[in-house]
Write a protein that binds this ligand. Sequence first.
Ligand SMILES: Nc1ncnc2c1ncn2[C@@H]1O[C@H](COP(=O)(O)OP(=O)(O)OP(=O)(O)O)[C@@H](O)[C@H]1O
Ligand SMILES: [Mg+2]
Length: 308
Amino acid sequence: MKRILVAGELNVDLVFRDCQSFPTPGHEVLAEDALVVPGSSSMICAMGLARLGNPVSFAGKAGADGWGDFCVSALQGAGIDVGAVRRDAALRTGITASFSTRSDRALVTFAGAIGALRADDIGDELLGAADHLHVSSYYLQTALRPQLKSLFARARAQGLSTSLDPGFDPERRWGDEWRELLAEVDLFLPNDVELAGISGCESAVDGLRALDNGHTRIVVKRGRDGCAALDRDGKLFESPAFALDAVDSTGAGDSFDAGFLHAWLRDLPLTEAMRWGNACGALSTRGVGGTARQADLGEAKALVESAP
Ligand SMILES: Nc1ncnc2c1ncn2[C@@H]1O[C@H](COP(=O)(O)OP(=O)(O)OP(=O)(O)O)[C@@H](O)[C@H]1O
Ligand SMILES: [Mg+2]
């Protein structure tokens, strides 16, 4: 089994569910339920991979505070090696408060330690103990971002494969470094909004073609429409989502990444890896937050095999 290193951000989600209405200045509203759950993209993907039975280690930084303890014990509880998670008393662990009503959601984030991980926190020894390196939240990992190309190059020189989920750019600048960066990326997993921003193309097929470098496998996630990639002839191949009664789609993209990677690292064909991604994305929507109902191996396999 391939050993996976996830290098990324740690963050807690504080979820207020079914609020009577959105809070307005000077007023208080009641929520039906409140939960504290593991929140960041990297954590959700790492926990999804572990739940499918993969050996996972995590490199990251958290504050020496209660939220940091919460993140580390969630990772440990999932069986993830946290030897490379540094606790730093000068940092405070990030947190997102999510307020949901029946119709919409509002989020407030304190980024805290999210942007603190640096490429030189990830030594060659750590890379040497892994077969694959996955990174998410490119735009939020501000210290890692300018060094990511060289980190990926170092990983590939040591024989690791690499994957990247860019996540959303809160500043919507998207950047022009993608041609160079993707040269060191084996698998790229944006959603449709991110692909459009990064490629500058409106349609998924144009975006996939614009970023195609003949090396990087690019799969675009499209929520309830499943996912898509270019086939060998450069035509769009679409893999439909699994229909499920979704409770909460937070983190579905990160659980998709876990499912796709699980299959891709076992050399399954692209069409099957896309189904694994769709299955794990869909199954994760059964519960509130990103990790409560992530698929185990049996559940994912059963759903993948149910596809025509
Ligand atoms: N309501 C849903 N029903 C079924 N499958 C879903 C649903 N929402 C998401 N998925 C599955 O999860 C995958 C990833 O979801 P999505 O496209 O929303 O990713 P994302 O935008 O990166 O999400 P995230 O908010 O986690 O970053 C989709 O490609 C699809 O297979
Ligand atoms: Mg995403």
